[in-house]
Write a protein that binds this ligand. Structure first.
Ligand SMILES: C[S@@+](CC[C@H](N)C(=O)[O-])C[C@H]1O[C@@H](n2cnc3c(N)ncnc32)[C@H](O)[C@@H]1O
Length: 350
């Protein structure tokens, strides 16, 4: 049993071993550059021998006007787990900028220090480094995403991190989105994220592996941040008018079903259920987020409770968070419930 558990843990850990490409980091960070001036950046899931995050920030240290760059390198106790982590102890690196004027981070300009433990981002010594940082930028282990984000929130850090877009529906993560404490960043080109993978991890990570490039493609990955950027405040252009025929009302919740984000009616002031992809276009000045269908208890969303009197299928109808239209499960995928802030004075359907 214990062996099974260890094996599961080891396989989970291998699933976390994929590495962000430099071009993707460059492409994303360019939208937030003004936030970095005079700041200490921490990359806390980053073996500098393989992670491009340290590379990017050290080479762009002067251009971004950074104050300090810190990287911690995770070294799992089980030595054979990761092919990359072959040194005895975990380390952390510090870079304070170019000293010899060649504009390149030379080895003698990078301070390398040993950590006492394995470099787990949750350890006291890593939390101590976190406290010294202003902005955390990395691609953390997906398997620990909730914990990772909770820790950033606890220490009130600014961040720009990569995660699976499935995490949007985790109740802990969605709560932050709803409260305006976390939002999606600019995103990967055409929604496709390509990562480098090493060694046998190829057998464990999801996505489509391309033999030629050695890259694996994840369709459902994105950047999460709490750094503001201009485009986030651009209105989604709405062109459709509300009609009851085109936008059915749910049976068990006072909202209409909008199957595509692009079809959000411009003149509906009530609550609308939209797909999760809405968040890619979400402007907090234009829309208010009220809840998510499959996280009703914690996000202020509660569907009507059916009893035996309503229908013999009442148990089915009460399935947590499912929205119904004419007794059918209309929105089988999660729906985000939103309201158009700009219409707050209007009557529904006006
Ligand atoms: C998705 S990979 C990304 C690596 C690197 N940040 C990049 O983008 O290229 C996540 C990394 O987190 C490391 N990691 C796993 N568990 C960790 C923990 N508890 N604390 C710190 N790092 C961890 C893994 O070894 C892995 O290299």
């Amino acid at each position: 049993m214990a062996n099974n558990k260890n094996l599961h843990k080891a396989n989970q850990a291998k699933k976390d071993e994929f590495y962000t490409q430099l071009a993707d980091i460059e492409r994303e960070v360019q939208h937030y550059e003004k936030h970095f001036r005079g700041k200490t950046v921490l990359c806390n899931c980053d073996d500098p021998r393989i992670s491009n995050f340290f590379h990017f920030f050290s080479y762009n240290f002067e251009r971004l006007g950074l104050k300090r760059l810190i990287t911690t390198c995770y070294k799992n106790q089980e030595r054979d787990l990761f092919s990359q982590n072959d040194c005895e102890r975990a380390i952390w690196l510090e870079y304070l900028g170019d000293r010899n004027g060649n504009r390149v981070p030379d080895p003698e300009e990078i301070g390398i220090q040993l950590l006492e433990g394995d470099g787990d981002f949750r350890s006291d010594e890593c939390i101590d480094l976190l406290k010294q940082a202003d902005i955390v930028v990395t691609n953390p282990p997906f398997s620990l995403f909730r914990e990772y984000v909770d820790q950033l929130m606890k220490y009130e850090k600014k961040f720009l991190i990569i995660g699976s877009k499935n995490a949007i529906t985790y109740k802990e993560i969605f709560r932050y989105i709803k409260e305006g404490k976390l939002w999606l960043g600019h995103q990967f080109q055409n929604g496709n994220a390509f990562f480098k993978i090493a060694g046998e991890a190829r057998e464990y990570v999801g996505g489509v592996y391309d033999q030629e490039t050695g890259l694996v493609k994840f369709r459902n990955c994105g950047w999460y941040t709490n750094l503001d950027y201009e485009e986030r405040h651009e209105d989604l252009i709405l062109y459709k008018h509300y009609t009851p025929e085109e936008y059915p009302h749910y049976d068990n919740y006072d909202a209409i079903e909008v199957a595509k984000t692009a079809d959000i009616p411009m003149d509906y002031s009530g609550v609308m259920g939209v797909p999760i992809t809405f968040l890619d276009k979400y402007n907090p000045d234009q829309f208010e987020i009220l809840g998510i269908t499959d996280r009703q208890a914690s996000c202020g969303f509660r569907t009507k409770e059916y009893t035996e009197k309503d229908s013999p299928k009442y148990n089915d109808l009460n399935r947590r968070g499912v929205l119904l239209v004419n007794g059918e499960y209309k929105a089988i995928y999660a729906r985000i419930l939103i309201r158009n802030k700009r219409l707050s004075g209007a009557t529904q359907g006006d």
